[in-house]
Design a protein. Structure first.
Length: 123
């Protein structure tokens, strides 16, 4: 597989490991208060009714980020070994895990689509 795809997977691993830090716009509570990352959620007043909602959301992002990074490392190993079906499986899993954050994270879904497109062109 191309060096470009390997670099893209490496960048996606790095990005997903930091999703809770870099964050994205997301609003909580009846007033739609923006809480763009885990740090902002942790800094909410303890009596804010949406604090637990925001903390839980960013915890889920953290867990998904860790899981996608792990699967991304499996994809990276498979790409380096030329095992494209194994890489496809691992990248599909990353794509699947990112789905709840589609439109926000923008990491694995476009990468998987690019990988699939490159495979169909090369077959």
């Amino acid at each position: 597989m191309s060096d470009d795809m390997i670099r893209s997977v490496e960048a996606a691993i790095e990005a997903s490991e930091h999703w809770t830090e870099t964050g994205w716009p997301v609003a909580f509570g009846p007033r739609g208060v923006e809480v763009p990352n885990m740090k902002a959620a942790e800094e909410l007043p303890r009596n804010a009714v949406y604090r637990q909602e925001a903390l839980n959301y960013w915890l889920q992002v953290s867990l998904a980020g860790a899981d996608t990074a792990e699967a991304g490392r499996r994809a990276l190993r498979a790409l380096r070994e030329g095992c494209l079906d194994d890489a496809d499986d691992a990248l599909y899993f990353c794509h699947y895990l990112e789905k709840p954050f589609e439109g926000h994270a923008g990491t694995w879904i476009p990468l998987y689509e690019a990988f699939r497109a490159s495979r169909s062109i090369n077959n």
